[in-house]
Design a protein around this ligand. Structure first.
Ligand code: ACO
Length: 429
């Protein structure tokens, strides 16, 4: 039997709305007809209770700490797959077999270089610009360079744009870093894997090539996998909203990067690292926790808590494991911040303040330590996130384009401003 929800109207009437069920997760009340039938809107700033679309890509159960890409648990993907397999999965819905993987890798690899004039585009920026400021500009500018993949109604154009974005983001992120450092750009080397190639473009210099280390490459690859998609978060919703007007994919991804830049979204790993630095020593944890619990202090335990996860963020567990492997490989087992992070986590997980509020470590608690150990400076952390999330943004954008229910995104409002009034002559105001 079809489920329905009944809304009691202020004038006494009742109206029924269909209730839709997904394959898993909470039902949704389909209120699309609400305004037409009743003349009222719903009010939900921050989308606390509103599904903005139907999707088949990523599923999160925040209470259980579950994250699935196309049905596969993140824990299995992080262990058994590499990032490009995960990209294939997110874009196409299934994991590739060997032949499909080889073809996909070859397509991505063939697009790693950027148009030579993009080099000159970079030089228009100040060297001390934040790399995210540069990335927003350069990715947006790709639509000025690749005119042959801008027709969003053409499936082939969309596919080529996807390959271009996934392939060129590492090149552009590395260029943003090199420009900031005052070092020459390093061109991609296509015999390397996606992630090894990125690390080389980041860290090689003309005077000295960069030798890739498999443990470190695997760690960064895992960071990419863990950040590849996270359903309808702020930046993904931004990409969808931008795309809903028919904007081209490069412009939409630039919009997603702009949204990701905000400290409430992509910037938390940097804040977690700064917090650990500020605490400084295990002996200071008690005092710090006291401050966190004091509501007037304004101090938060960064890297803890999440709007959706009310359990251990599954990505945080994987990141802690990776952190351990990387530090061991680099002979940094006694890393001060890692030890501090583990001690802080242990104390917080036993403290009633955090337990009662269901505050657990999120992915950002350990990812800053891993990236720092890999030699990635703090100012680049959000660029790394953007690189990894690009595939999720594209998969979601593609899904939206072919969705028969897709409409231009146009939220309503609760107007609380002045009602109609007349303009007075300037001497009477
Ligand atoms: N430290 C201390 N107290 C916290 C923390 C924290 N990190 N997070 C939440 N709380 C407390 C709140 O003060 C509130 O307490 P109260 O009920 O006594 O008022 C309660 O827990 C509920 O918190 P909300 O703010 O309502 O939770 P919300 O879902 O709005 O916020 C958020 C989630 C923004 C992530 C928050 O937990 C936070 O600021 N965490 C630190 C920043 C961080 O790590 N962000 C990364 C998120 S993951 C990502 O973007 C990839």
């Amino acid at each position: 039997m079809d489920k329905k929800a009944t809304l009691k109207l202020p004038d006494g009437g009742n109206i029924d709305f269909p209730v839709l069920s997904g394959s898993v997760g909470p039902d949704v009340v389909d209120i699309r007809a609400l305004y037409g039938k009743t003349g009222v809107f719903t009010y939900d700033p921050g989308f606390l209770s509103t599904a903005s679309c139907a999707s088949t890509i990523t599923y999160i159960d925040g209470d259980q700490g579950v994250l699935l890409y196309r049905g596969y648990p993140i824990e299995q993907l992080a262990v058994h797959c590499d990032f490009l397999e995960v990209c294939y999965l997110l874009l196409k819905g299934e994991l590739p077999n060997q032949k499909q993987k080889d073809e996909f890798v070859s397509m991505v690899t063939n697009h790693t270089m950027v148009h030579d004039q993009i080099n000159r585009f970079f030089t228009g920026f100040r060297r001390d610009a934040h790399p995210m400021a540069v990335l927003v500009g350069v990715v947006g500018a790709l639509s000025a360079f690749y005119h042959d993949s801008l027709d969003i109604s053409d499936q082939r154009h969309r596919e080529v744009a996807a390959f271009r974005l996934i392939a060129k983001l590492p090149t552009l992120v590395a260029m943003a870093y090199k420009y900031n450092m005052g070092q020459p750009f390093v061109y991609p080397r296509n015999e390397l894997s996606y992630t090894a190639n990125f690390m080389r473009m980041m860290f090689a210099v003309p005077a000295e090539d960069y030798r890739t280390n498999e443990v470190l490459v695997r760690a960064l690859d895992r960071i990419f996998i863990l950040h590849a998609d996270h359903e309808q978060n702020a930046s993904t919703s931004t990409v969808r909203l931008s795309g809903s007007s028919g904007a081209n994919p490069f412009a939409c991804i630039a919009a997603g990067i702009a949204c990701l830049w905000g400290p409430a979204h992509g910037g938390a790993n940097e804040a977690a690292l700064q917090m650990l630095d500020h605490i400084g020593d295990v002996s200071k944890i008690g005092e710090f926790i006291k401050q966190v619990k004091d509501k007037n202090s304004g101090v938060k335990l960064m890297g803890f808590g999440h709007r959706v996860y009310k359990n251990y963020d599954p990505r945080a567990k994987l990141m802690r494991e990776t952190c351990y492997e990387v530090l061991e490989e680099l002979g940094l087992n006694n890393d001060r911040l890692f030890k501090l992070a583990m001690a802080l986590e242990k104390i917080a997980l036993e403290d009633d303040y955090f337990v009662s509020r269901k505050l657990y470590p999120n992915v950002d608690f350990y990812s800053g330590i891993v990236q720092r150990a890999l030699g990635i400076p703090v100012s680049m952390f959000t660029c790394i996130f953007a690189l990894a999330r690009t595939v999720g943004w594209i998969a979601q954008w593609n899904e939206m384009i072919v969705d028969p229910d897709q409409k231009i995104g146009r939220p309503r409002q609760l107007y609380k401003g002045a009602t109609r009034r007349d303009v007075l002559p300037i001497d009477k105001r």
